[in-house]
Design a protein around this ligand. Structure first.
Ligand code: ADP
Length: 255
């Protein structure tokens, strides 16, 4: 096995369907993670979807920051209860880690978090990380889980980040606008021009878009890591990649 420890980031579009949590899809992800664990791969999840899950319970105006933070606070336990329910089916214990960007600025806090993650993983637990939205004001926050997941990958000693999105990879131009856009299966480096593109999330709740994914890729490429961007709707690509070392789709960012 090439990758012994992976971070899997699951985007809002994958976790939700028509404004509710996509429970069937979450169960498929739990099943997939169970298969990885059987192959002795450590799995850390970074999850989005708390604001969206909160909104399905209480409809607050999302344009107001305090409301979005309240929605995250409502949605987080709801989201975790769905994860727990699905992972229970595969006899996997999950844990919750809430973190903000500033935590990675502090060596001591990073060290503490790393030790906790190691204890969890060595006991077969799957840590599920999200940004601590209640305290994460603009200066303290990543603002998007793509970058949180890239930092988690590096600081928690993994060399592969898998981003499960509503798109099956990185195209040479926005595939929602151009129907002749071509999927790029391998990217060796990310240029500054690519990072200057306009942010274009596909989902009303998504905060990232392709640019934050490219930033994450660059962060990892600069540090000797790798990132696979693949569809979260069909897990065959990531399953084959991790278990059989074969890339049938998706974009692999690797130097
Ligand atoms: P997530 O919720 O999974 O983080 P986002 O909606 O934030 O997903 O980002 C993925 C979206 O980025 C795609 O669905 C697509 O609409 C958009 N996008 C813009 N440019 C590109 C590109 N060159 N390649 C792939 N996706 C792109």
């Amino acid at each position: 096995m090439v990758y012994k420890r992976v971070v899997i980031k699951i985007g809002t579009a994958v976790l939700t369907e028509n404004g509710s949590l996509a429970e069937e899809r979450i169960e498929k992800i739990a099943n997939f993670v169970a298969n990885l664990k059987k192959a002795n791969i450590d799995v850390i999840i970074v999850t989005s979807g708390a604001v969206s899950a909160g909104f399905s319970k209480v409809q607050l105006d999302k344009k107001i920051l305090a409301n979005r933070q309240a929605l995250a606070s409502i949605g987080q336990p709801y989201l975790m209860s769905v994860y727990r329910n699905k992972f229970d089916k595969f006899n996997i214990t999950i844990s919750q880690i809430l973190i903000i960007e500033a935590d990675f600025d502090s060596r001591k806090r990073t060290e503490n978090a790393k030790n906790t993650v190691n204890v969890l993983l060595s006991n077969g637990v799957v840590p599920i990380i999200n940004e601590n939205d209640t305290v994460a004001t603009e200066e303290l926050a990543f603002g998007d889980n793509d970058q949180l997941s890239a930092h988690s990958t590096f600081y928690f000693n993994s060399n592969l980040l898998i981003i499960l999105s509503d798109i099956d990879g990185y195209y040479n131009k926005n595939p929602r606008i151009y129907n002749d856009a071509i999927l790029q299966t391998r990217i060796y480096s990310v240029s500054d021009e690519e990072l200057d593109q306009t942010v274009s999330p596909n989902n009303a709740f998504a905060t990232g878009g392709i640019v934050t994914k490219l930033k994450s890729a660059k962060f990892l490429l600069d540090r000797g890591g790798a990132m696979l961007l693949a569809s979260g709707f069909d897990l065959q690509t990531v399953e084959k990649f991790l278990l059989e070392n074969e890339q049938i789709s998706g974009t692999l960012f690797k130097a």
